[in-house]
Design a protein around this ligand. Structure first.
Ligand code: NAI
Length: 312
């Protein structure tokens, strides 16, 4: 199957590696043609590094995967013959509208066009298109090569089979898609993520815990638990089923939840500066790049452990 990637920045490169890992032919397009050649070089380096570190995805060698990925500086050529298109241009309604309108005339009846959008639903930018029923959001989580979740978010015009075929394709390449029934602000992942961040922010501002201890709480408590079972199954296992859990703990949970405050506005730079000075004592700003690489190595190791456990 041919996959077209529109926008060859961080996320476009990740999608290209994921699809090539599963043996698909990938063509990368970017408005900046030098960016395409830079992206192809970065992808080749990354895949070779992943191979030597033992975290390359799929059955093919890194050089075989690299050979499946080509670049193009022509939108029509990139889309020609593609069954699935993944748009990865910056998060701007006007830019996405312009790119989707440009693609419209090349969309065929068997093509799916997905946007990587983090928070914009397709309804905000595909309304003028003839082929809007073949568009939807497929929102990955950074770094997508090691964190498999993808949120599939259909727009009001998306055909049900377009959502279903996207889910099947993403599962077949090793991602873990979930499907929302309709668009909503923040989709699902960011709604949950912001509720966590908001409470962390409030606890820090109240002086309840240090920044380091808030992060430790997630890394050593909720994080390990949620790496294998979600919050609903946790309730199910922590009593004789979730109905029993609700009978036993609903009142206590409600009492705590009633003390949660409305969302804070994080544009509170003095608080952010205090958190940053604490975080910087462990990871100075000039070491963020190194720390991101460290994070990716650990996520790769976790992904590989989860795969091994799945096989048992
Ligand atoms: P990026 O800035 O790294 O890459 C965007 C690329 O699009 C650039 O190479 C740029 O030259 C190209 N571009 C700009 N205008 C274009 C046009 N008209 N036609 C073709 N290419 C064009 O951005 P990134 O981080 O890869 O984000 C892409 C999308 O993925 C955004 O919607 C973002 O919200 C979403 N996303 C980003 C995540 C992240 O952590 N960076 C995570 C999940 C989703």
């Amino acid at each position: 199957m041919k996959i077209a990637i529109i926008g060859s920045g961080l996320i476009g490169q990740s999608w290209a590696m994921i699809f090539a890992g599963a043996g698909h032919k990938v063509t990368l397009y970017d408005i900046v043609s030098e960016q395409v050649s830079k992206a192809l070089e970065t992808i080749a380096t990354n895949l070779k590094n992943y191979e030597s570190q033992g975290c390359l995805r799929g059955q093919l060698t890194a050089s075989r995967q690299v050979s499946l990925i080509t670049g193009s500086s022509d939108l029509q050529e990139c889309l020609n013959g593609a069954s699935y298109v993944q748009e990865c241009v910056p998060e701007s309604v006007d830019l996405k509208r312009q790119v989707f309108n440009q693609m419209d005339m090349y969309i065929t009846e068997d093509m799916i066009v997905a946007s990587s959008s983090s928070c914009l639903g397709v309804s905000q930018f595909v309304g003028e298109m003839k082929n809007k029923h073949r568009t939807l959001v497929a929102h990955p989580v950074n770094p997508p090569y090691f964190v498999p979740l993808v949120e599939i978010v259909p727009g009001p015009w998306t055909l049900p089979e377009v959502s279903q075929q996207t889910r099947t394709l993403l599962e077949s390449v090793g991602q873990a898609p979930v499907t929302l029934s309709k668009e909503c602000p923040g989709f699902a992942l960011n709604r949950i993520q912001y509720s966590i961040i908001n409470e962390c922010w409030c606890m820090y501002k109240d002086g309840l815990l240090s920044a380091a201890d808030i992060d430790k709480l997630m890394v050593n408590g909720l994080g390990p638990r949620y790496a294998f079972i979600g919050p609903l199954e946790t309730m199910h296992l922590n009593a004789d089923g979730i109905v029993d859990y609700c009978k036993r703990y609903a009142q206590g949970a409600y009492n705590v939840s009633s003390t949660l405050t409305p969302p804070p506005i994080m544009y509170d730079i003095p608080t952010a500066e205090n958190v940053q000075s604490e975080l910087s004592s462990a990871v100075p700003l000039e070491q963020l790049l190194e720390r991101r690489k460290w994070r990716d190595r650990h996520l790769a190791a976790l992904a590989s452990l989860k795969n091994q456990l799945k096989e048992k």
